[in-house]
Design a binder for this molecule. Structure first.
Ligand code: BES
Ligand code: MN
Ligand code: MN
Length: 491
């Protein structure tokens, strides 16, 4: 007799957490060139575990896209990758039989940088348990959530004596946090290797503790750098100050004209294609357990909330575009004082997009507007670093029903549908390139400190998440078998 997958997951829960800790010790920071080896080690860790649990064709796929020809000192020209991308981890198990559906499980093994390091109560890459939480960079975004998929699959393999109730493909990327194009290029070039009936993504949050949540929309984004150049070289601010342009002041003047005091973006045309949520969606959002004052006080910790008048916080973060400045590298930022007029200044500026905005049109509008408002005496360049489409997914399909039923059993509650303010660029490609619905079943909590110091994963959510995911996969398998049986019976 094989034990049930649920029981296997319960009995092996501690080991699952121990393995996750091992993965969390690998600092797979995608943006840091010094960490390429660690990023690859994390990929290999996932690959070998997928192979061990019984997945077929577990492999790493390289994502370097651009190439250049380099002539060596020996006079021989070679084609070498211009930028070595971080590998994709792929695996599959396609033996569920004729008519069985295929689920594409997506996650990412790369993580955000851990800075500022001195604000962590325990080191970011030494996973530590405190009060039922596991603290580490990547604990919830997304190593811990991706690991739930792997462990749900392991439990199903164990219960099915080497078989799964559905066909499964797994794709885990290593460049999500840097907006890497590697996975999108792979989807476009080798879509057949990822072909499935539905994608399962666990990289979002629950709306509140104990409230099962499906995320049905994500904002898109364009991430840009605005560079302002003044004099040919840095200048003594006493000798030249008053007569020459200061790029930082010019940049500040530009930034100050991107948004007004009410939070409205001033780029012409930016709101032209913004679609309002439906009345039903807005009503559902109003019914969510959310108190703006409590959010300000406990989650944000600021004296005021800002943003467009006439929109609730949920509307502002889920259904309205916004613009933010992330940093302004350049000039003098060392200790003490240095009297210099820098020759150049840079601001990292991003916009979050909502349906039906497009990254291309939005970048165009930003570029044109910045050109128009640039003060005299400086040159301005706007560069696109990365981009992703906004997306709203359908809530009316058998897969969403399978997900809500699975979560009802685990959490004893009805699922709420929310959107997320963040972005997962590849979800748009799943819908548009592969033409498949996506179920975003995530188990983070609002106070999990994503991208911030003291990121954590609530361990109960890790275990409940595994139960929810294996319940989902089982139901997707059963649903189609019933359909097939009914067809075979001539009904
Ligand atoms: N998992 C997040 C996205 C997310 C978080 C969606 C919470 C919904 C709720 C993802 O890892 C992320 O941080 N994405 C980046 C994307 C970007 C770098 C292209 C983001 O949103 O900033
Ligand atoms: Mn993520
Ligand atoms: Mn992230």
């Amino acid at each position: 007799m094989s034990e049930s997958a649920e029981m296997f997951a319960r009995e092996n829960g501690e080991r699952f957490v121990a393995e996750l800790k091992e993965l969390l010790r690998i600092p797979s920071i995608a943006t840091d060139p010094a960490r390429v080896g660690d990023v690859r080690r994390a990929a290999e860790f996932c690959r070998s575990e997928l192979e061990r649990i019984g997945m077929r064709r577990a492999r790493l796929v390289e994502t370097s896209t651009e190439e250049q020809i380099v002539t060596g000192v020996d006079g021989v020209s070679r084609v070498v990758p211009l930028r070595l991308g971080h590998p994709l981890v792929l695996a599959e198990w396609m033996e569920a039989g004729a008519g069985a559906p295929t689920v594409l499980c997506y996650g990412h093994y790369d993580v955000q940088p851990a800075e500022p390091l001195d604000e962590w109560l325990s080191p970011p890459f030494e996973p530590t348990e405190r009060n039922g939480n596991l603290y580490a960079r990547g604990a919830v975004d997304d190593k811990g959530q991706m690991w739930m998929h792997v462990k749900a699959l392991e439990s199903l393999f164990a219960a099915g004596e080497g078989r799964l109730p559905v066909n499964v493909r797994v794709v885990i990327e290593g460049e999500e946090e840097v907006g890497g194009e590697g996975i999108a290029a792979f989807v476009r070039a080798h879509g057949e290797e990822l072909q499935a009936d539905v994608a399962l993504v666990s990289d979002t949050e629950m709306f509140a503790p104990d409230l099962p949540t499906l995320c049905v929309g994500l904002r898109g984004m364009i991430y840009t750098e605005i560079e302002v150049r003044g004099a040919r070289t840095d200048l003594h601010s006493g000798m030249y100050g008053g007569a020459v342009p200061n790029p930082f002041v010019a940049l500040a003047q530009i930034i100050a004209r991107l948004k007004d005091e009410t939070g409205r973006i001033l780029i012409p045309g930016i709101y032209d294609t913004v679609q309002a949520p439906t009345e039903a969606e807005l009503a559902a959002w109003r019914a969510l357990p959310f108190d703006e004052e409590e959010y300000r006080e406990t989650e944000v910790g600021s004296t005021e909330l800002v943003g467009e008048a006439g929109y609730s916080v949920l509307e502002r973060t889920w259904a309205r575009p916004t613009l933010d400045v992330h940093g302004m590298p350049g000039g003098f930022v060392g200790a003490g004082a240095k009297t210099v007029i820098p020759a150049r200044a840079v601001a990292k500026v991003s916009l979050r997009l909502v349906p039906d905005m497009t990254p291309a049109e939005t970048f165009d509008q930003l570029q044109r507007y910045v050109g128009e408002i640039a003060p005299k005496g400086v040159e301005v360049e706007v560069r696109l670093i990365h981009a992703g489409d906004p997306i709203v997914v359908s809530t009316d399909n058998v897969y969403v029903h399978a997900a809500t039923e699975a979560m009802r059993v685990v959490w004893g509650k009805e699922t709420v549908f929310v959107r997320g303010g963040g972005s997962i660029p590849i979800v748009g490609d799943f819908v548009r390139e592969l033409g498949i619905p996506t179920v975003m079943m995530g188990f983070g909590l609002p106070d999990d400190n994503l991208h911030a110091p003291n990121e954590k994963f609530h361990l109960e959510n890790f275990h409940h998440g595994i139960q929810s995911i294996l319940g989902f996969l089982t139901r997707v398998g059963a649903a189609r078998q019933t359909e097939a049986a009914e067809r075979d019976n001539g009904r």
